[in-house]
Design a binder for this molecule. Sequence first.
Ligand SMILES: Nc1nc2c(ncn2[C@@H]2O[C@H](COP(=O)(O)OP(=O)(O)OP(=O)(O)O)[C@@H](O)[C@H]2O)c(=O)[nH]1
Ligand SMILES: [Mg+2]
Length: 386
Amino acid sequence: MGGIAIIEVYGEKSRECIQRSLKVAKNANFSPERAHLGILKSEDGTPLDDVVVSQVDSHLSWCSLPHYSIGCHGGVTITEEILDLFVRKGARQVTMEELLDLGRQAGRLDPFAPEAYPLLLKAKTERAALYFHQIIQGALTESLRDLLSAFLEKRLDRQQLLDAMEAQLQASSQAIRLGEPLRILLAGIPNAGKSTLFNALVGEERVVVSPKAGTTRDLIEELGEIEGYPILWMDSAGIREEGEIDPVEQAGIAKVKATECDALLWLCDPEGSSDSWKPFRSNEQPRCVWMPIWTKSDQDSPVRSRSDGELQVSALKGEGLRELKLKILKHWLGPQNEQDLAPLPFTQTLRDKYSHLFQRIKLNEVDDVQAAFIECFGFSANFPFD
Ligand SMILES: Nc1nc2c(ncn2[C@@H]2O[C@H](COP(=O)(O)OP(=O)(O)OP(=O)(O)O)[C@@H](O)[C@H]2O)c(=O)[nH]1
Ligand SMILES: [Mg+2]
């Protein structure tokens, strides 16, 4: 796969900055809505890249700010050279957040776009990408507009407004999890079947598996998904506290203990001790959710004294994997329904703001609900009737 890099140049002096280093093939006067082929040259005249330059007016700009868009073709190194060249000519590199903030102040970006754009760019699954794109298009603003106007037009009373807000707050963890992968660590004694399960969950032979105990020594991460929710699966070194433990194994065990995760699946080998987890659980990873999983369910087991609700899987045969994935999803996101996820507060910060607003309305601390919504999300002064 190849690719092109786009450098965008904003600001009053952008034209000057580009023209000083660009030799345009035919028409030296940029005209909007036309692409110009040219060669960018460094100060000593060395050609850096063949580029395509377009002038983008504000009404066509993705962030509502006019700019020049430069399509570069020379790969990462040359693109960085071009960026350096522009910086030497007086430009300054800005962060995405800075740019989005300027766009928002200019007035045409959705109020949630500054938070949603970075999540769209980092989206790990198609479902997440579509969701954040929908937010940028204004779906959350529209949904809040409908809710608030229903209240202001007295189609909803205060209690109904609060009920609707509470339901949104409860469901918002699903939206947040679309942008923030769940971190799930597979741990257990050596040979419990961690790496075999890890490979089955990520869907490829990512790590080495062997009958020899102590095969995995380091922490290995791979991104996967469950129903479009991104999951960071982590395979780890087997944990044992007794016997001769060499320094590499020791280092691997220390890493498992220090790893931050949302859930720890403790894999119990049916041939091992059913309470292999006890020394580990009492001291380590106190904050994450703990799930014991029985592996190698295709084998007859002399031990298997499972408690109710503990899952059995056979990574080798692919049995129990779907149940495992659904259990994980249900635990964090609640019951899933088939419908698409409604537009909801999709970051922890937005949820906290909305939760604060909800509490204030609930405690009758808010006289002007409209003004409180506007203040909470930075809507324009006439929202929801603008
Ligand atoms: N029958 C059966 N064997 C399995 C299953 N899962 C793993 N095994 C076998 O168990 C052995 C150990 O598997 P691994 O996945 O390497 O175990 P591990 O927990 O990663 O081991 P370490 O990295 O050494 O800690 C291998 O011989 C696997 O083929 C299973 O579901 N069924
Ligand atoms: Mg392993």
